[in-house]
Design a protein around this ligand. Structure first.
Ligand SMILES: *Cc1c(COP(=O)(O)O)cnc(C)c1O
Length: 387
């Protein structure tokens, strides 16, 4: 329990990110067990959290890396991920990023437009290489998640629409330095309705049929990530239900003989192992509700301000009866607010506040706005030892 740790933090500068590596280990263990059962391969979506101890642990569990920038590819290599298990996605890969990934012989580029395909072909030719590519196809499946984090609808910057495929196949005829090895789908993030994944499977089957009818054999199928976590009751669901998630795909995907199925999980692997720990600076009287002003703000956790996201907020220092607060940060922006009208035990200056489920898309989005110091990371549990 986080409450039990408070006494150790009296001299600890706040805010800081707290990561529970034992919980991360258990999460990775369960994800791996569930995926292995169906011979599924999992690549960790590095953009969720790229801290060294976390990447080392994920690497140790044998996951690959899903990267969305050249620097993520570089980081994955530095953390010893095998280039054979690195995939590179993103709508806007620069020439320098593509060249870097080509030079390091990564497993696959997930391509999102015809122009990108031509550029990768040209750059591969210059290096005298053949690049493996997959087409990121937009399946037009509604992820039933917040509109800010939906990626799989037709009118979206991500992916290639199905009606463009015919033309792309012609284009590929003239790209001798590319090998098409598969298709790729990623429809959004924080998806908690498993039916969405069933719908994805049915669409993927149709797309696969389209290729089969043209006698195109694709050895790889990548269905992306997006499995959500419980931001409301983290304690009840510290580890996502990987078994149900993977079994949906096992049940509904029509996998071709010899075809390898890949996944790209980010949030589901790391979100629950992290919390943002902060102190209350001041309590300030408002018109109807008091403000609890924290020493953490949008510079440490942007999700509430960027996506109207909910995070559970706990006062670790008070057991008093609850009253209502607006919980805000110190940044000079009105949007720097974590929660409005939130009931917390009566709160005072210097109380410790935990903002839960902050292992994914939190520290990686931190900024120095207002010239803030970078909050440090504190780890609980055993780190991976390097030999
Ligand atoms: C962000 C991203 C993921 C991971 O999404 P999660 O919701 O964190 O699982 C997977 N694939 C691609 C292409 C992404 O951009």
């Amino acid at each position: 329990m986080l409450k039990d740790l408070v006494e150790n933090w009296q001299n600890e500068p706040t805010p800081f990110y707290l990561y529970d590596l034992d919980l991360l280990r258990q999460t990775l263990e369960q994800a791996r067990t569930a995926a292995t059962k169906y011979n599924f391969q999992v690549h960790y979506a590095m953009k969720a959290n790229s801290n060294k101890p976390i990447l080392k642990l994920i690497r140790e569990f044998g996951f690959g890396a899903d990267c969305v920038s050249g620097n993520e590819v570089k980081r994955a290599l530095k953390r010893d991920f095998d280039p054979e298990h690195i995939v590179f996605a993103g709508v806007g890969k620069s020439d320098a990023e593509i060249n870097f990934a080509l030079k390091n012989n990564i497993f696959c580029f997930n391509c999102e437009s015809s122009e990108e395909i031509e550029v990768i072909n040209q750059l591969a030719a210059k290096q005298g290489k053949t690049a493996r590519i997959a087409l990121r196809i937009n399946p037009n499946v509604d992820a039933n998640t917040h509109k800010f984090i939906t990626t799989g609808l037709e009118e979206n910057k991500f992916g290639i629409n199905i009606w463009e495929l015919e033309g792309l196949l012609e284009l590929l005829q003239n790209c001798p330095n590319l090998t098409l090895i598969g298709t790729h789908f990623h429809i959004g993030s924080q998806i908690t309705d498993l039916n969405v994944f069933k719908n994805l499977c049915l669409r993927v089957n149709e797309v696969q049929q389209w290729f089969i009818s043209r006698e195109i054999n694709l050895p790889h199928l990548n269905v992306g990530g997006g499995l959500g976590v419980d931001y409301y009751y983290p304690e009840e669901h510290l580890i996502p239900d990987f078994e149900s998630y993977f079994s949906i795909f096992n049940e509904h995907l029509v996998v071709q003989p010899g075809q390898q199925v890949h996944f790209e999980l980010g949030r589901a692997l790391v979100a629950q192992c992290g919390s943002l720990i902060s102190r209350v600076l001041y309590i300030k009287k408002g018109l109807t509700t008091n403000f609890a002003i924290l020493d953490a703000g949008m510079t440490e956790l942007l999700r509430p301000m960027l996506y109207q996201a909910y995070h559970k907020i706990e006062n670790l220092s008070s057991q008093k009866p609850e009253i209502k607060y607006h919980v805000v940060g110190p940044i000079c922006e009105s949007t720097d607010c974590f929660a409005k009208d939130l009931f917390l035990p009566e709160t005072k200056r210097n109380d410790f506040i935990a903002i839960r489920t902050a292992g994914a898309y939190a520290e990686v989005m931190s900024s120095e706005y207002n010239l803030r110091d970078k909050a440090k990371a504190v780890y609980l549990g055993q780190e991976v030892k390097t030999v």
